[in-house]
Design a binder for this molecule. Structure first.
Ligand SMILES: [Zn+2]
Length: 180
């Protein structure tokens, strides 16, 4: 992966918007951004752009270079994209996500979960919670739509989690290999 791609990915992680990250890289000149110009080109309100820049700065992905006045007295603010840290930033982020997914996998593997049969996003209860609920009301239905609760298809969930974990592990290997 070349450095430009890594920077776009890192910015996309921070902004949660891949196309915005691509535009930022596209409009930067030699990695330098002028805030007012960016605001115009990205069609973002200045407060929103500021917030994004501060979030990137928190991860050291951009550095504020300073301000100067142009001929008409407008204040220009310059930022530089700090491409050097993109790779280590991504490695750190992937490790965080991997840790979360492995924890989730462990939880799914060792526990028994129940979801609404009509729409699993309605409710998700652990086995203990199901027992408690049955004790309370004697019935076992979704509080949102009234459908039955059914055990989660563990194999499917574990398979999805394993696939995500494998993909991220591969990405991590590539990145760490490049970082040498
Ligand atoms: Zn439901």
């Amino acid at each position: 992966m070349d450095e430009g791609d890594l920077v776009v990915l890192a910015l996309a992680v921070v902004t949660r918007d891949l196309s915005l990250a691509k535009k930022i890289m596209h409009f930067a000149r030699d990695g330098v951004l002028e805030e007012g110009e960016m605001q115009e080109k990205l069609k973002l309100p200045s407060a929103e752009l500021r917030q994004l820049l501060y979030r990137m700065q928190d991860s050291n992905l951009v550095i504020q270079l300073g301000t100067k006045e142009d001929e008409s007295g407008n204040r220009l603010t310059y930022w530089r994209i700090n491409g050097d840290v993109a790779e280590s930033f991504l490695i750190r982020k992937i490790k965080d996500v991997l840790e979360m997914l492995r924890k989730r996998r462990e939880e799914e593997f060792s526990g028994e979960y129940y979801v609404c049969a009509a729409d699993p996003t309605h409710i998700r209860l652990s086995f203990d919670e199901v027992i408690a609920k049955m004790g309370e009301s004697g019935s076992l239905v979704c509080p949102i739509c009234g459908a039955m609760l059914e055990p989660v298809n563990k194999e499917k969930v574990l398979e999805d989690l394993d696939n995500m974990i494998k993909t991220l592990e591969k990405a991590l290997e590539v990145l760490e290999g490049e970082a040498g």
